[in-house]
Design a protein around this ligand. Structure first.
Ligand code: ADP
Ligand code: MG
Ligand code: MG
Length: 536
């Protein structure tokens, strides 16, 4: 490896080790200094007073609302119930029944000293569903009623408290514009169609991210505006542990930037081909396939068709969990309407896409079939090692040829792959009416507990080595060529403004909490004073 690469890698590894706490700038408190509450008045007027958004969905809002509730003795029982319901969700299948019963005995039964009357009417139905299957959402109705109750008078009182003032102060910080100066930049991670992806770190919090840069001149020359905006807008509306998060969108003089979850473990292509013999062991194939399946289900539930499933777009994080990335080709389908369009990468395109037919989510399930095949065989389904067939030949194979299964495939695996690679979308698994759930119940996934997986409670079979950098050496990533003769004008600026929306609230708030900044800064003044401690 060349010295340049070694230096770039070790700088990145060191930053990652400190990432999230030690990586903070020495000026971080100044960067996150609360504005005086008098400066929050406009925001107070315009912010939508919606309980769900302010106290459930936004992580900092949720924390402050809970702090408010805990400061009020009369609300204590509701908080205890909420804590118990949260704990219930972290229990394994075997523990759920007993823990569920203890919740019912403590909070739902009228004879209990801790009974919470607003939910006690659910006692019977909760017992029944716990008996029937403890792995369902047993306390759904209780949680709904709890929120309905807290969202009433308590929510009104919260808005007059110092806790809500503090929320407004955090929201003002959230609104500060984002520039290049907010980040430190580390090594180049990869190259995309419109620009490069770099490792970066937020100076104020120490959090590591990947910054996907789209060169303005490239975007313009190749008319990529709609595509760039589409990717950004789809990403900001998503919230899944199986899809990369967009945390910041901003612009510099030359580029549009999307700051995304840092995926330090590299992409699946790298793992399939660059580490030992091509292919992955069965445990890993099953685990990655299961997580991708959950990610696709999430996208499809939001009516988003992904269309670009292939190993290089599936990335691994520090802990070995995957996320789907690169949503440039994703489309939002409106109410049952199918799309047409030959997009994606030819080797992974479904027959109906190649044939210019109208298609829906079926195209992604075909993609999952290709992915499982490639992870197992160490080569894609319709192309042999080192072979580069011309596009018409590739099309012919996808449309006509039956893929072959070596003895690397177990019978279950082969069965699942061939069901996903059904040429006719009507016959394909995943397209029979209940979507991805059909795939999850295939016997290949018998050992996967999807409830636990979706809650992030399953450990990955392979954990990337924190001292390694899982991507090509810096000098091996082709340099990004510059475009000449493109001038940027007013129409371009209008588009940039639409793109440049700054922080994505939920994800930025999570960063503040995860890096400990919330805990360190969210200090209140002497008890009894209404306003939060402002100057320090
Ligand atoms: P394009 O849309 O142009 O294909 P991608 O989003 O796929 O761009 O990014 C290009 C490459 O950059 C990826 O193949 C991957 O190696 C790297 N990369 C992208 N996003 C991340 C991320 N969040 N973390 C780490 N590396 C990433
Ligand atoms: Mg890509
Ligand atoms: Mg893309």
């Amino acid at each position: 490896m060349e010295i340049e690469s070694l230096v770039a890698n070790s700088a990145l590894v060191r930053a990652r080790e400190g990432g999230g706490s030690k990586g903070k700038s020495w000026k971080w408190r100044e960067m996150l200094r609360f504005p005086h509450i008098s400066q929050c008045q406009d925001l107070a007027m315009e912010i939508e007073r919606d309980y769900y958004s302010l106290c459930v969905k936004q992580p900092i809002g949720k924390k402050l609302f809970q702090l408010f509730c805990r400061s009020r003795p009369d609300l204590q029982p509701y908080m205890s119930l909420q804590d118990a319901l949260d704990t219930f969700e972290t229990k394994s299948d075997e523990e759920r029944k007993d823990f569920g019963i203890s919740i019912i005995q403590r909070f739902l039964m009228r004879q209990s000293g801790q009974c919470v009357p607003i939910v006690s009417k659910h006692e019977e139905s909760c017992i029944q569903s716990l008996e029937a299957d403890p792995c369902t959402d047993v306390f759904h109705a209780c949680r709904e009623d709890l929120h309905k109750h807290l969202g009433g008078e308590s929510f009104n009182q919260y808005q007059d408290s110092m806790f809500f003032d503090r929320f407004l102060q955090w929201k003002m910080l959230e609104r500060q514009p984002i520039t290049k100066q907010c980040f430190r930049q580390y090594r180049l991670l990869g190259k995309g169609g419109f620009g490069e992806v770099w490792a970066c770190q937020v100076r104020a919090t120490g959090m590591m991210y990947a910054c996907k840069k789209l060169e303005k001149t490239h975007v313009k020359k190749r008319r990529g505006e709609a595509m760039a905006l589409n990717e950004k807008q789809i990403l900001e509306g998503l919230d899944s542990r199986f899809v990369v998060n967009l945390v910041y969108a901003y612009e510099t003089k030359h580029a549009l930037c999307m700051v995304l979850t840092m995926m330090s473990g590299g992409d699946l292509r790298f793992h399939i081909y660059n580490i030992g013999e091509p292919g992955l062991d069965r445990k890993r194939v099953r685990f990655y396939a299961a997580e991708v399946c959950c990610g696709l289900i999430h996208l499809h539930r939001m009516s988003i068709l992904y269309r670009d499933l292939k190993p290089e777009n599936i990335l691994l994080d520090d802990n070995g969990h995957i996320r789907i990335s690169d949503l440039g080709l994703a489309v939002k389908l409106s109410e049952g309407i199918l799309v047409r369009g030959r997009v994606g990468t030819l080797g992974y395109m479904a027959p109906e896409v190649i044939n210019l037919e109208r298609y829906g989510m079926s195209a992604d399930w075909w993609g999952l079939g290709c992915l499982i095949y490639e992870m197992t065989a160490g080569q894609p389904p319709f192309r042999a090692k080192g072979e580069h067939p011309k596009p018409p030949e590739m099309e012919r194979r996808i449309l006509k040829e039956q893929e072959e299964y070596s003895n690397k495939f177990s019978p279950n695996m082969k069965d699942l792959c061939s069901l996903l690679l059904s040429k006719d979308p009507k016959e394909r698994l995943g397209c029979q009416g209940s979507g991805g759930r059909e795939i999850q119940s295939h016997s290949f996934f018998k050992k996967i507990n999807f409830r636990m997986l979706e809650a992030g409670l399953v450990e990955a079979p392979f954990k990337p080595d924190p001292r390694l950098v899982y991507c090509s050496d810096v000098q091996d990533i082709e340099e990004f060529s510059s475009v000449k003769g493109v001038t940027l004008d007013q129409t371009d600026s209008n588009f940039y403004t639409k793109f440049n929306t700054g922080k994505v609230p939920v994800n930025w708030q999570n960063e503040i909490i995860e890096t400990g900044c919330f805990r360190e800064l969210n200090i209140f003044g002497p008890v009894g004073s209404r306003s939060p401690d402002l100057d320090w």
